[in-house]
Unconditional design. Structure first.
Length: 239
């Protein structure tokens, strides 16, 4: 695709939306792609910039007092980084710049992205200044125990993507709980659980109502833990 490509052409080539977050982020990331095509920015440059922004947001958050303002600023940085992360693959597709290096960078940095924001959640949950009642002590424990499920789920998902990349879509489908689900409703529900936009929303809620955010994060982390277990079981069955 040349630099004269219209915004509509780029919008038409965006990833098929599976849930509301895809519709939102891929709509706005299309503008990033449109600008990148004209400035001759490469997909790998977008991927690297997203990682730098995520790392910067992490440093800012860990060195701040974790008040509402710090939460909102960090959330904005993470959201911009996620827009770039959505745009890099889109740009690689529309500009025919897909590469082995780009695939590796995008997949690997996704794990770093989840690790970074999970670290921020951990700090907020453990912060002694948070006005949690004693009844939320068990819920805090559940949330912290379920948080690693986010990392495991994404790591296992990359294993499935590896098989897809090697040209074995059947094995990839069997490993991926989302792809293997026969029901359209189940596939939509699983894709909605796994979308990074949920983490950003819960992150913002920590600056508004910490108790509500804690409940949502505990449920979200637990769902990821169960989803990761389901994927591990599928891997054991097909490998």
């Amino acid at each position: 695709m040349t630099a004269s490509a219209s915004l509509q052409e780029i919008l038409d080539k965006r990833k098929k939306p599976e849930n509301i977050w895809f519709r939102i982020f891929y709509f706005f990331s299309s503008f990033v792609v449109w600008i990148s095509v004209r400035l001759h920015v490469t997909p790998n440059q977008l991927t690297t910039t997203a990682l730098v922004l995520n790392c910067s947001g992490l440093v800012f958050f860990l060195t701040s007092k974790s008040g509402s303002t710090q939460v909102f600023v960090a959330a904005a940085v993470f959201a911009i980084a996620h827009l770039l992360d959505c745009a890099d693959g889109h740009l690689a597709f529309v500009s025919n710049q897909r590469s082995e290096c780009g695939y590796w960078l995008d997949s690997t940095f996704d794990i770093f992205k989840i690790a970074i924001i999970t670290t921020c959640f951990t700090k907020m949950i453990l912060a002694p200044a948070l006005p949690f009642s004693e009844s939320f002590g068990i819920l805090r424990t559940i949330a912290l125990a379920a948080a690693p499920g986010l990392l495991v789920d994404y790591a296992v998902s990359l294993h499935a993507m590896k098989y897809m990349h090697l040209g074995d879509p059947y094995v990839a489908t069997q490993i991926s709980s989302i792809g293997a689900a026969r029901s359209t409703f189940v596939r939509f529900f699983l894709s909605l659980i796994r979308e990074y936009g949920n983490l950003l929303l819960i992150f913002v809620l920590f600056g508004v109502n910490q108790n509500v955010a804690l409940v949502l994060f505990a449920v979200f982390g637990l769902c990821h833990f169960l989803l990761a277990l389901a994927r591990v079981v599928r891997i054991a069955r097909v490998i």
